[in-house]
Write a protein that binds this ligand. Structure first.
Ligand SMILES: CC(C)(COP(=O)(O)OP(=O)(O)OC[C@H]1O[C@@H](n2cnc3c(N)ncnc32)[C@H](O)[C@@H]1OP(=O)(O)O)[C@@H](O)C(=O)NCCC(=O)NCCS
Length: 367
């Protein structure tokens, strides 16, 4: 990078910031008033690049209350010193600062015809996830882009857990179980054959309006059958997921299946603990080298209240990390592995339905 230093912005930078704004942007410039506002508030990260008292560029990130997101509000580099790495250095620095403040992802909007900025963001790992029509003063559209900025801290993470993409809408439980097993047994080959086989053994037959999903005891039986030590933790003793189906017939079938699972689990000697699943417990299990899958509600991920199994892969002082097997068509492994969930948010996510079900399946290597 061009020789310069990065430091927090201060009010004495205002004249040079206004000049930068004037020369770098044709529309939607930040005004003097706006800059003064951003100096005063603490809910932001405001950094400048400087060389010999000359401002070469700046970046401003907003930290909204009540979300785990940071938003890149503005970034600019002096016109005569572009393509020398200053823009990227500002961006990287802001991402690091935001991650240190507990933010999990950085979002931004960029004019869809601003090719230099889009190139910077794309080459820095940002992905387009939406569009705002008629967003700028000149009526241009804005692309919405996002990048994950929080990853498991070295030293806290367990050994990497392989990721697997589920091949049907209803086999997340089987896929989560396969990832957990593969984290313990590196020789395990994760195949669709295994996925469907586990689902057939673990299915509740019906769930919400579609096929059955995986029952925790069914998953535990499948792991047991494959030679793993397995225990189940759940906070309810009644028929699981039954409140999600409408007809009496479906409810009856699910009750029979529940009964089968409980009998089979008892026969197999699988310990079932009727207690809450907490972050503390999960941390203890991971530190013992155990593999953990938990049920979450997708409500906080995509607005749907669907029960969904994920595999916990790591934990650190701020976040739990999970592998999610349910990748959208345009998503790859990197989007779906080690997804951070802030510790404080986990309790709200790892609960399903009006009966507030919390459940975890915990696996260990055979003793
Ligand atoms: C966007 C901006 C901040 C980039 O600053 P910069 O210091 O020139 O960026 P860098 O030198 O760090 O470039 C990093 C990468 O971005 C991409 N990039 C930057 N400018 C580019 C251009 N004109 N054409 C193609 N790619 C470009 C390249 O991938 C580049 O890496 P490379 O030089 O190794 O190929 C700068 O162009 C700018 O101030 N633009 C006007 C303000 C603006 O539009 N801000 C963004 C608002 S959303």
């Amino acid at each position: 990078m061009e020789n310069c230093t990065l430091r927090p912005a201060r009010e004495s930078d205002l004249p040079q910031l206004l000049t930068l704004e004037e020369t770098c942007f044709e529309t939607d410039r930040l005004s003097r008033r706006s800059f003064l506002h951003w100096f005063k508030t603490t809910r932001r990260l405001f950094v400048v690049a400087e060389r010999e008292s000359e401002l070469l560029g700046y970046g401003l990130v907003i930290l909204y209350n009540g979300t785990r997101l940071a938003r890149l509000y503005s970034i600019a580099v002096r016109t005569d010193i572009r393509r020398k790495g200053i823009g990227r250095a500002l961006l990287v620095h802001l991402e690091e600062l935001a991650a240190a403040k507990g933010r999990l992802a950085m979002r931004l909007e960029v004019n869809r015809i601003n090719h230099p900025a889009i190139a910077l963001y794309e080459s820095s790992g940002y992905r387009i996830f939406g569009l705002y029509h008629d967003y700028y003063e000149n009526h241009n559209d804005a692309l919405r882009m996002q990048k994950r900025i929080r990853f498991p801290a070295a030293g806290f993470a367990n050994t990497p857990v392989p990721w697997y993409r589920q091949t049907t809408q209803f086999t997340c439980g089987a896929a989560a179980m396969m990832m957990a097993m593969a984290g313990l047994d590196r020789t395990l080959k994760l195949t669709q054959d295994m996925e469907l086989d586990i689902w057939r053994g673990a299915t509740t037959i019906f769930m919400t309006s579609g096929h059955g999903g995986s029952h925790p005891l069914g998953l535990a039986l499948e792991a047991h059958r494959r030679g793993f030590h397995v225990e189940v933790f759940m906070n309810r003793r009644d028929v699981l997921f039954v409140e999600g189906v409408r007809t009496a017939h479906k409810k009856e079938i699910m009750a029979v299946v529940e009964d089968q699972f409980r009998r089979k689990a008892a026969d197999a000697g699988i310990p079932v603990h009727y207690e809450d699943v907490t972050v503390r417990l999960i941390e203890t299990w991971l530190k013992q080298g155990l593999a953990v899958l938990v049920l979450v509600s997708t409500y906080r991920m995509n607005g749907d209240k669907t029960p969904h199994w994920v595999t916990v892969t790591a934990i650190d002082d701020q976040c739990l990390y999970v592998h999610d097997s349910d990748a959208e068509d345009d998503q790859g492994e990197l989007d779906c592995r080690d997804i951070p969930i802030a510790r404080a948010d986990f309790a709200k996510m790892s609960v399903y339905g009006s009966r507030r079900l919390r459940v975890a399946v915990v696996l260990g290597n055979p003793s």
